[in-house]
Write a protein that binds this ligand. Structure first.
Ligand SMILES: [Zn+2]
Length: 184
């Protein structure tokens, strides 16, 4: 089971730009932490551009990373996602994002945000494959603990883990392997 910090950075980030400047053909903006996207000001975005932003009004998220949403966002929406994703440990974020991207996740109330308690209840870790999870589970529950070694070696792992897989969903881990979720 993978519990180390992922090789890639999982911080939700947004590229916030000025909409008025963009419409004038100038790309003025920068990368910010998604969680504080709603606190970014026109001054922050125009800093260093040398442009007068007295006529500028609206900020917009033109690009983002580590947020499981497609396309552009309003900064306020990005901040809500950033704060939601920050509720889980860094090493769990890729699994949380994969769960949301699968479309088969539990949302919080009538929002698109994932329910963190439902995620924590269902997530069973990152594994090489489902079989590895199944064998580990068998160890944990002592499935063959009382069976003599010479009989246990004939245990049909393939059929057992295939049947067990009916109660689970797996999603690809971009770093390799799978994320295993219990179906409740
Ligand atoms: Zn501007």
């Amino acid at each position: 089971m993978t519990t180390t910090t992922p090789a890639t950075d999982t911080t939700p980030r947004v590229w916030i730009g000025c909409l008025a400047c963009y419409n004038d053909g100038r790309l003025v903006g920068d990368w910010f932490d998604a969680a504080s996207a709603d606190e970014v000001t026109l001054a922050d975005v125009h800093e260093g551009s040398g442009l007068d932003y007295a006529e500028c009004e609206e900020l917009w998220v033109f690009d983002h990373e580590n947020i499981p949403v497609r396309g552009e966002l309003a900064p306020l929406t990005a901040a809500v996602w950033g704060k939601c994703l920050a509720k889980v440990d860094e090493h769990l974020r890729p699994a949380l994002c994969a769960w949301v991207e699968s479309g088969d996740y539990i949302a919080e109330g009538n929002t698109d945000l994932p329910s963190i308690s439902d995620f924590e209840e269902r997530y069973c870790g990152a594994w090489e494959n489902f079989r590895e999870y199944a064998e580990n589970l068998a160890d944990d529950i002592g499935l063959l603990a009382d069976v003599p070694e010479e009989i246990a070696r004939y245990f049909d792992w393939q059929t057992w883990s295939r049947d067990l897989a009916m109660d689970y969903s797996t999603y690809d881990d971009p770093e390799g392997g799978v994320f295993v979720f219990r179906v409740l």
